[in-house]
Write a protein that binds this ligand. Structure first.
Ligand SMILES: [Zn+2]
Length: 475
């Protein structure tokens, strides 16, 4: 009975852990490593296990840093089931196909360069066919439904409040005489975030794996952030220009639409035409609106009153390129939500090219912008940027509003852990070392907990843990 860490151990992407019970091996997540080109090259390496030897995969949520190497796993021989919450199976479908298309396109571009240099062509990491093969292995479940995935391992998904379908996974293990319960926290959402429920409180565990992405910091107050977005929109109305909001397709786009619906009258949005200009975000939004039973109380009430989510009569969905190009002719009164979230590609680039040089326009940055991204250069106030090889002067007003994040901050993470009655030992995964260190300190000082950082290859013998029952007896 063993747990071994492979990915997202000491870093933030490439989530992957392996559990061994008896003769069975179960993989938890199989995420893509994301970052610089050099880091992403690591995705091509062999898995440190034989994919054919894995009996089952459990997926915490659809984000690519948790699911993105599943097609590769299947390409390299895995053929068992992939268990996930129902909404996760829907989102994984669009995200993995999109990821595969990007991989194919990247390889084609690279091969054009290589051909000119007389170098041999490379294969994409995986293709759309590989993604579809992985998608055929998905099995969907409701939250709270116990699933015996192999003999001796039963899992149960609990709402993590991070994106639609995201799960905390309770894992019940039995190896003859020994029983253990471990909890894989996945990615944990913020408390009181819109649309989604708060992360589910877990009563007890022998061991917990927790993310620590924002373990070292506090998010800005959400109400202040919403008020600021309202002010920017009100201010922009006087300037007779357009508003651009670069947004991630899954989560942030729906959150922005929800916010616009909720404050429709207050923010005088009837004067704007709202465009959701991203095929992926349109698909993701449909999945969000298709799972109303997963909404929190506020979203449920809003929906009941207006029997549509969100209330935006002036929302235009523009999946096709032709529809998207028509937006370029709108000089005034367009509020455009488009990807990519960090302006590294996608349709937002066209909108920036058409609007960012106009002083009457506004850009609202609502998401994290990594170093090196175009979005980061806008946040940093660069006056000139390159878009599709053309230098563009930034004359539009760029507003950066913090506070919207799909990840809980230090307070949220500690609150969730504090809900576990027996305060079990913690292994921190999915976080930069500085964030993990800060969160370790927080848990130690607040709960006197036993906290360990992880690194690839670290193995924990689960039999040596004190079982919950003995801890409770001691307490
Ligand atoms: Zn995530």
């Amino acid at each position: 009975m063993q747990l071994e860490f492979f990915g997202a151990a000491g870093e933030v992407t490439g989530s992957c852990h392996i559990l061994r019970v008896g003769n069975h091996q179960v993989l938890f997540d199989c995420g893509l490593i994301q970052g610089s080109r050099k880091q992403e090259q690591r995705n091509y390496r062999a898995f440190p296990f034989d994919p054919k030897s894995i009996d089952a995969v459990v997926l915490s949520h659809a984000h690519i840093d948790h699911s993105g190497r599943l097609p590769l796993l299947v390409k390299r021989g895995y053929s068992g089931p992939i268990h996930a919450q129902n909404a996760t199976t829907d989102l994984a479908r669009i995200l993995l196909q999109d990821s595969a298309s990007l991989n194919q396109r990247d390889a084609e571009n690279e091969n054009r360069r290589r051909a000119r240099k007389g170098l041999a062509a490379i294969d994409p990491l995986y293709t759309v066919d590989d993604a579809n093969a992985a998608l055929r292995l998905l099995k969907g479940y409701r939250y709270g439904e116990p699933i015996e995935i192999v003999s001796g391992v039963t899992v149960c998904f609990r709402d993590a409040g991070h994106i639609m379908g995201s799960a905390i996974v309770e894992i019940f293990l039995s190896d003859g005489s020994v029983q253990r319960k471990i909890v894989f926290g996945g990615d944990l959402g913020q408390y009181d975030a819109p649309i989604l429920n708060d992360p589910t409180t877990i009563n007890d565990a022998d061991l917990v794996l927790m993310e620590s992405t924002y373990g070292g910091r506090s998010h800005r107050d959400r109400a202040l952030t919403e008020a600021e977005i309202g002010e920017v929109i009100a201010d922009a109305a006087a300037h007779a220009g357009n508003i651009l909001i670069p947004a991630f397709a899954v989560g942030r786009s729906q959150e922005v639409l929800y916010m616009l619906g909720k404050h429709f009258e207050e923010w005088d949005l009837a004067r704007w035409r709202v465009f959701l200009d991203s095929p992926l975000a349109i698909e993701a939004s449909k999945i969000y609106w298709d799972h109303p039973h997963l909404y929190d109380d506020e979203a449920t009430k809003l929906r009941r009153r207006i029997d549509e989510m969100p209330k935006l009569e002036n929302l235009h969905l523009t999946p096709s390129v032709a529809e998207s190009q028509v937006i370029n002719r709108v000089r005034n009164g367009a509020l455009i939500i488009a990807g990519s979230g960090m302006c590294n590609g996608g349709r937002i680039l066209h909108h920036l090219k058409h609007n960012a040089w106009r002083p009457e326009c506004h850009v609202i940055i609502v998401g994290y912008q990594a170093k090196g991204s175009l979005g980061r250069r806008l946040v940093d106030g660069n006056r000139f940027v390159k878009i599709h090889g053309e230098t563009i002067r930034i004359a539009a007003t760029v507003h950066t509003v913090g506070g919207l994040s799909a990840h809980g901050d230090q307070g949220d993470l500690a609150r969730w852990y504090g809900g576990i009655e027996n305060k079990p030992p913690v292994f921190l995964v999915h976080g930069e070392p500085s964030a993990a260190d800060a969160f370790k300190e927080k848990l130690q000082s607040e709960f006197q907990s036993e906290v360990s950082l992880t690194k690839p290859g670290l193995t924990v013998d689960l039999k040596t843990l004190s079982p919950i029952s003995s801890l409770i007896r001691k307490g």
